[in-house]
Design a protein around this ligand. Sequence first.
Ligand SMILES: *Cc1c(COP(=O)(O)O)cnc(C)c1O
Length: 488
Amino acid sequence: MQFIETRGNDGVKPASVSFSEAILSPSASFGGLYVPTALPALDAAFLEKHKNSHYKTLAMDFLTTFGIDIDREVIESALNRYDAFDDPQNPVPLNAIENDCCVSELYHGPTRAFKDMALQPFGYILSKLAQARGENYLIMAATSGDTGPATLETFKNQDNVKVACLYPEGGTSDVQRLQMVTEDAPNLKVIGVKGNFDDTQNTLKALLASEDFKEELERKNIKLSAANSVNFGRIIFQIIYHIHSYLEMVRCGKIAMGEKIYLVVPSGNFGNALGGYYAKKAGLPIEKILISSNVNNILTDWIEKGEYDLTGRKLVLTESPAMDILKSSNIERIMFDKFGAARTKELMEALASEGKFVLSDEERASLQEDFAASWSDDAECENEIARYVKKGYMMDPHTATCIKAYETLREKSLPTVIYSTAEWTKFSPTVAKALGHPVNGDIEALEWVSSHANVTVPPMIRGLFEKPIVHTVVVEKEKIKEEMLNFL
Ligand SMILES: *Cc1c(COP(=O)(O)O)cnc(C)c1O
């Protein structure tokens, strides 16, 4: 399977690359992204074959059919990382919350957010590739909360890969910060930045663009890669759980094999939703993918109005911070798939130069064949959390944005899967507030919520508060480069 570029080829980079090349060097011509030239068929025979398959068996067959250039033993070991999830028999359990609605829980991995679903196997594969080639890679991440811990966790103690993670001091929850600053391995560096997430991200961009930093990397023979969802190595693992969730719906009797369902996806950078789109395109019986957001509702405009307009928008900090995103990176792959490389390049360039683009009526109609979208504000999410706790189900604030999409966007009365992208324990102060008991700090919130709502706090969250802090560096933006050079 070869990979091509969303904005066409510049004549310098190769016109197509293998999977391993696409994941080691994920930036394509003209600032575009890599996409596969074809998808494996998820037809009736494939689904029937995996009706009772273990998650790893399904994943192995899917990846083999995809034809990625990774050794079978490496893929097998990568998938074995799912054995460390809560239930090794089923890393992604399904829970019915309504007669026609189930929640597929993607957060049962080590860092309690859905980033583990892809980053766990992806990190293993990337490290093994680097080792096999005798190359050294640096992965730099600016995080507002979930990506940082999941990236550190997957690469810790892996040879040939170093990870540097920048987080805004005071801009994450206690749990998220502790997940990073207690992660002890010689190949990891965590730096707190004085400022907000924007400052942190801008500092990272400036560093990556600076000549002396690049020269230093070259001198040390270190290449740059990326572990965010611009990397197709993450997307490929995010197709598999959509197939698994569909089969879980069949197994629990909510649908008959072949019957269509809706998916509801709480979205930011659109990697999760893109995985659903590829699954639908490959033949998984999905009626539509319903996108939910918070007040940073630019994806709703894109899908409903065909308009993507950053001008006059300011990022609003919400209680679902992993979706506080205005520049959503994976919509580019959707537009490439539907409108081709020339048009995608034109649209993305308009976004860069004018801060907006507008789709034609036909283009918008084409988007709406696969997607519909809605958004919820913080108060609405808190209400949904409280309402479902009364019904016996605990959800986090990101998952809570999905309820409105489920209730208002379905045109047919088909069964629905909502994706839960984080465990409540990562956002316990918000949950405590939703349940009418605002507290200061995660420890108090975790304790109050777990006793009040009779839910457990898993050992990896509880243990965080006793683990020694190994990364104590918090610096001004100007000092980051120095810190990084010391680390390298
Ligand atoms: C990353 C994240 C999202 C957004 O997922 P995308 O694939 O970027 O759209 C939603 N919820 C949580 C909890 C996340 O960590």
